[in-house]
Design a protein around this ligand. Structure first.
Ligand code: ATP
Length: 269
């Protein structure tokens, strides 16, 4: 059953209580070389749900996803204000370790990017960075991660073969397994299926729906049908602002605002 959201003062901006949400974005703004890309975004992301960020090209979806993972840290031109918290902890606080943050918040990109090593070593990669672990335990986690990513049956007999021998769709599921192995709380997916064929896309979508029992997912997609198929909540961004945020069914079938309807129905690109 979906969490029943509180409705904020604006009926078209769903708000979740602290107990329901694991990630809170509070009046967050980001500019590149002084040019605003995100403006005063306030948004709470519910735990164990799939939340889709949709909106026209350049509206700031990827910028927001990258901000949640602190991927702008090395970009001197990117400046921000406001707060993003995970389970109440400010992700930009001085005492936040970025490597630990990225373990807790995993990210998967548009193009599958397995490392040039075996299937096994790809999934073991993050585990090897952690404290000493027996081979038995590591093997168990690798099997669990590959099973969770719906890939185990396809690769269990060739774990020590190069990851680059896998198809694009399998590579993307491998990257998801690699991310899951370090047991993140949140998984950020930036157009994870846009480089895949239709069958691989459906597998990744099914995987996303299944994974929410284990963690919280945020999906950036240009594909309206995909957002409608896999997400529980949808946030519509435009011009760096959050325009409408609510249960996916409602945003897609009965949006509050004309701008949302125009985008959903393809009248705005
Ligand atoms: N590294 C960067 N340096 C300068 N400007 C950037 C940078 N990255 C993005 N921008 C600008 O910030 C704005 C938001 O871009 P962003 O990539 O977040 O949008 P998006 O909604 O993800 O777009 P798309 O759907 O096309 O991927 C755009 O105007 C873009 O040109």
């Amino acid at each position: 059953m979906l969490a029943s959201p509180h409705v904020s003062n604006a009926a078209y901006l769903t708000h979740f209580s602290a107990e329901q949400s694991c990630l809170n974005i509070e009046r967050f703004s980001l500019a590149y070389a002084g040019k605003i890309a995100l403006r005063e975004l306030t948004l709470s992301v519910p735990r164990h749900r799939v939340t889709a960020f949709i909106g026209p090209s350049g509206c700031g979806k990827s910028t927001l996803l990258r901000a949640i993972n602190r991927l702008h840290d090395l970009n001197e031109n990117a400046t921000h204000s406001g707060r993003i918290t995970i389970e109440g902890e400010d992700i930009y606080a001085d005492n936040m370790q970025v490597s630990e943050l990225r373990r807790r918040i995993g990210m998967v990109f548009q193009t599958p990017n397995p490392f040039p090593m075996s299937i096994y070593e790809n999934v073991a990669f993050g585990l090897r960075l952690q404290k000493r672990m027996s081979k038995r335990k590591r093997d168990d986690i690798i099997e669990w991660a590959l099973t969770s990513a719906a890939l185990w049956d396809e690769v269990k007999d060739r774990l020590h073969k190069s990851a680059w021998q896998l198809s694009g769709g399998q590579q993307q599921r491998l990257v998801i397994a690699r991310t899951l192995a370090v047991q993140p709380d949140i998984l950020l997916l930036d157009e994870p299926a846009s480089a895949l064929d239709p069958i691989s896309t459906l597998k990744v979508e099914e995987l996303i729906r299944n994974l929410k029992s284990q963690l919280t997912l945020i999906l950036v997609t240009h594909n309206m049908q995909q957002a409608a198929r896999v997400s529980d909540y949808t946030a519509f961004l435009h011009g760096g602002e959050l325009i409408e945020y609510g249960p996916t069914d409602q945003v897609f079938t009965n949006p509050h605002l004309q701008r949302t309807e125009d985008y959903i129905t393809g009248r705005m690109t």
